[in-house]
Design a protein around this ligand. Structure first.
Ligand SMILES: *[C@@H]1O[C@H](CO)[C@@H](O)[C@H](O)[C@H]1NC(C)=O
Ligand SMILES: *[C@@H]1O[C@H](CO)[C@@H](O)[C@H](O)[C@H]1NC(C)=O
Ligand SMILES: *[C@@H]1O[C@H](CO)[C@@H](O)[C@H](O)[C@H]1NC(C)=O
Ligand SMILES: *[C@@H]1O[C@H](CO)[C@@H](O)[C@H](O)[C@H]1NC(C)=O
Ligand SMILES: *[C@@H]1O[C@H](CO)[C@@H](O)[C@H](O)[C@H]1NC(C)=O
Ligand SMILES: *[C@@H]1O[C@H](CO)[C@@H](O)[C@H](O)[C@H]1NC(C)=O
Ligand SMILES: *[C@@H]1O[C@H](CO)[C@@H](O)[C@H](O)[C@H]1NC(C)=O
Ligand SMILES: [Cu+2]
Length: 806
């Protein structure tokens, strides 16, 4: 056991972390994301990766506007990253080894959303068609070389791509770490249908599913035909049985994706649509030993417009910004433990209507809803069935109005009628409308960014292209001391022996027995955020018992994760939450770290609890104000770090003997932060006003009858083959970057086995690799090794300039 001195040191470390400088319930300046944060994921304890669509962002990389960046959690500064293909409205998911993949997107676009100049590429924005892309990123830390191949996006559709074009697809991980990709649009638009409807095969709907890594040809999914126009970014949750809950339009089903069979569940009560563009807030409630890890899904908000109002690819039939978003919440337990028929259960209404509200599951087991609007829907357009010209659109291209700036907290365990609260939570002054995002950070704060209901960058419209990030501090930031667990493992197995985590007495207040009983050890994965969803977001409380020691330290004996269906393999944060106050999360990998059947074992019997009645936490002077919402009483619109930097508050928060040291350390950290923060707005402003200034933009051309330009492709050409690489076998275990040559020759081998590749295939995207060159130095995207990726591909494709034009 650790001597008391080092235990004290642990908590001192906590007290001097910047965490203390935060005010519960408030927003702080998160800096400039450089690209508008349409999509984000947490790469590791240091970095958040951000993706935008290809558009005219002032920040540039490799001589073109950037649409990728990496944001450093500590400095709150972003750095641009190069991405080859158009990531516009893609899906994404973690891999078992901690890397992330994004899937699909839009075709190549140029200024104002116009078709790429060569069809599959645009000369100005230099984005390639991303409709079939599979992009892999291995998260790196500040000590890595971000310019190295290992740290940059692997994005080369000639090596790796989906079989079908998928824009607005859903990704959900399976027990073996593979990913199912559901539906999407081919061309795309407001919703996924024409009027008059040409179902069963709407020309631009991709009503099929496939897997990554591939498990066979893409297969039609009847549910997507049934749900018609409202079937993209379907909500999908792997269930404990290994089947999957899928919800779209007003339909719900349990899907066996191996047999492709569906079992219908009841329709959504009240015809509230929760998928894009209604975009409700949807999340799986915490899986806990108390609920036997049985999933319940919570659906809140969205929109219940009547069927004809939804319109078609081009635009909604009505002025959506006048149509109130839904406040309705319903719960569904798809596989009730008592064997009863699954049924939607009415839950407390939200405090206000929200379209594009987004749930962030917090480490205290509550759900935070952020972002969105009181009226209307996601999507953007330059007209509606009721407003014929762009100039008459009251909110520019936005189809929503009335940003909801105040978050709210949902307590799944509170009695009905008392589950929602926004007491003590500030209101953000930044509208977070269509294409906003949010994700949990390791310190248990929430990064909020993005908003861009515009076809291309527009900083002068009502709801502009937003580059400002904010950090929201949930109520537990009112705590003066955060628990600092030791012994957190790097990997978590499925079942098997338990592991021990210890917290010192100095990290909590009050009787040890009560604190021990009121502690949870949770795995919390924030997922891949886009379009008000966090794909893959999941909270699992691990089972535990505890031993209270005489000195007030507590040892928790913690079981592994139950099964890979309950919590799919891959990266996750681990938090220890004591009396409602979470530790800073540690990144762990759940499962084997590789794709394939995960090793599982029966959970070992946990040792019985050991209590010591006289033991106490020693953090009394710094006793927390749980759920206190320390931000209460302050005015709305508090953004900027200034507010959280009251020296008095910081010093007041530090306990006893460590006060002076702690205060000095905290002050040092906070002064540094203040200097940095002061620079950010200036940089942000320069960035937003500089570069491709707004004045340079042409107006939308007359031919852009809709902002959703990519309609009516002449042919659905397949310039790229689907990926044939099997990543679960053979030599393809390492990063794609390393495998690229081998995979490439394999895929051309298989292509020639089944006939010659289409003209241009394997030509325009081929790259040369000097035999024997070190892979570390090898950059297939480098100007010398791969000139073709920096210039329009040769127009040898039979469909060149046709298949991808619209
Ligand atoms: C969408 O509906 C409008 C009428 O509201 C119609 O003019 C337009 O052609 C339709 N667009 C598509 C792609 O079906
Ligand atoms: C939603 O689904 C219903 C069938 O349940 C269908 O009649 C309707 O057309 C769909 N709505 C849209 C906008 O596609
Ligand atoms: C949690 O662990 C205890 C002690 O080993 C055991 O009795 C209990 O069944 C476990 N709970 C779950 C949900 O596995
Ligand atoms: C930005 O939006 C405003 C109002 O919607 C519009 O008048 C202007 O043309 C847009 N600017 C660009 C560059 O699209
Ligand atoms: C929302 O729509 C209602 C009409 O349904 C309207 O009265 C209200 O002003 C709108 N709110 C905003 C913020 O546009
Ligand atoms: C656990 O701690 C939270 C926060 O202090 C408190 O609200 C709750 O009542 C406690 N639970 C028990 C069982 O003591
Ligand atoms: C993780 O696995 C994927 C393949 O599943 C691979 O492309 C990637 O490079 C791996 N990441 C690391 C860091 O090895
Ligand atoms: Cu989108």
């Amino acid at each position: 056991m650790l001597p008391p001195f080092s235990l004290l040191a642990l908590c001192l470390a906590s007290a001097s972390s910047p965490v203390l400088a935060a005010t519960a319930g408030s927003f702080a300046d998160g800096g400039n994301t450089l690209v508008s944060a349409m999509m984000m994921f947490l790469g590791n304890e240091e970095k958040v990766y951000i993706l935008d669509k290809a558009e005219g962002n002032p920040a540039t990389v490799s001589g073109h506007p950037a649409w990728g960046s990496v944001w450093d959690i500590k400095t709150r500064q972003a750095t641009v990253m190069d991405v080859k293909t158009n990531t516009f409205c893609s899906s994404g998911m973690h891999l078992p080894n901690g890397s992330y993949v994004t899937f699909g997107g839009n075709s190549a676009v140029g200024r104002g959303g116009a078709a790429g100049s060569t069809g599959v590429w645009d000369a100005e924005y230099q984005d390639f068609d991303g409709a079939k892309s599979i992009r892999v990123l291995n998260p790196c830390t500040s000590s890595d070389n971000f310019a190295s191949a290992q740290c940059t996006w692997f994005d080369d559709p000639s090596v790796l791509s989906m079989q079908k074009k998928r824009w607005y697809s859903t990704a959900e991980p399976l027990a073996d770490g593979s990913i199912v990709l559901i539906g999407g649009m081919v061309g795309g638009g407001y919703i996924n249908r024409n009027t008059p409807d040409t179902t069963p095969v709407p020309e631009a709907a991709e009503n099929s599913y496939e897997f990554y890594p591939s498990k066979g040809p893409a297969t039609p999914l009847p549910f997507l035909y049934k749900t018609g126009g409202l079937n993209v970014y379907a909500h999908a949750f792997l269930l404990n049985s290994g089947k999957m809950l899928v919800q779209a339009n007003v339909s719900t089903m349990i899907w066996d994706y191996n047999a492709n069979t569906e079992v219908d569940l009841p329709d959504m009560p009240g015809n509230v649509v929760r998928v894009y563009p209604a975009s409700g807030a949807v999340a799986m409630l915490p899986l806990t030993p108390a609920n036997n890890y049985n999933p319940t899904i919570l659906f809140c908000g969205g929109n219940d417009m009547p069927e004809p109002s939804w319109g078609n690819y081009s635009f909604p039939a009505i002025n959506t910004w006048n149509y109130p978003a839904s406040r309705d919440c319903h719960r569904l337990t798809p596989e009730p433990l008592d064997g009863s028929a699954p049924a939607y259960e009415a839950d407390d209404d939200m405090l206000e209507g929200r379209s594009m509200g987004q749930f962030i599951i917090l480490p205290d087991g509550k759900l935070l809803v952020v972002n969105g609007a009181v009226n209307g829907t996601a999507g953007y357009a330059v007209s509606t069935g009721e407003t014929f010209s762009y100039g008459d659109m009251p909110f520019g291209m936005s189809l929503a109005s009335g940003p909801v700036g105040t978050p709210a907290l949902y307590d799944p365990n509170a009695p009905k009628g008392r589950r929602w609260s926004n007491a003590g939570l500030d209101k953000s002054p930044i509208a977070r409308m269509y294409h906003s995002s949010a994700i949990l950070l390791p310190d248990a704060s929430v990064l909020i960014a993005g908003s861009n209901p515009n076809v291309d960058v527009n900083t002068s419209t009502t709801f502009p292209t937003e580059y400002r990030a904010e950090i929201f501090y949930p109520p537990y930031f009112g705590a003066k001391i955060r628990p600092t667990p030791s012994g957190v493992p790097k990997t978590i197995a499925y079942g098997g022996p338990s592991f021990d985590i210890t917290i010192p007495a100095s990290c909590y207040a009050g009787p040890s027995n009560a604190a021990a009983a009121n502690t949870t050890v949770v795995l919390l994965r924030g997922g891949f955020t886009t379009h008000a969803m966090n794909m893959g977001q999941r909270y699992l409380q691990l089972n535990n018992t505890y031993t209270v020691n005489q000195d007030g330290s507590i040892v928790f004996h913690v079981s592994g994760a139950p099964t890979p269906n309950v919590f799919q393999p891959g990266p996750s944060l681990l938090f220890v939450t004591v009396n409602g106050i979470p530790s800073v999360g540690t990144m762990v990998v759940v499962g084997s770290g590789s794709m394939g059947t995960q090793p599982t074992a029966a959970p070992a019997q946990l040792p019985p609890n050991v209590l010591v009645d006289s033991a106490k936490g020693t953090a009394d002077g710094a006793s927390v104000k749980p759920g206190g919402g320390g931000g209460g009483g302050s005015g709305p619109g508090q953004t900027g770090s200034g507010r959280s930097l009251s020296t008095a508050a910081i010093i007041g928060g530090i306990v006893g003997a460590v006060a002076l040291l702690g205060a000095l350390a905290a002050l040092g950290v906070c002064l540094m932060r203040r200097r940095r923060a002061a620079r950010v707005p200036a940089a942000a402003q320069a960035g937003m006003m500089g570069g491709a200034g707004a004045g340079e933009y042409r107006g939308l051309r007359g031919s852009d009858a809709s902002a959703f330009a990519p309609l009516h492709r002449a042919t659905d050409s397949d310039a790229w083959n689907g990926s044939t690489a099997n990543l679960m076998a053979g030599p393809y275990q390492g990063p794609y970057r390393d495998d690229a040559m081998e995979m490439r020759s394999q895929s051309s081998a298989s292509a020639s086995a089944s006939g010659p590749p289409p003209p241009g295939q394997g030509q325009g995207y081929a790259y040369a690799h000097a035999p024997g060159a070190s892979f570390d130095e090898y950059d297939p995207y480098g100007a010398t090794s791969n000139p073709s990726l920096h210039h329009p591909p040769p127009p040898t494709n039979a469909d060149g300039g046709q298949g991808y034009r619209y």
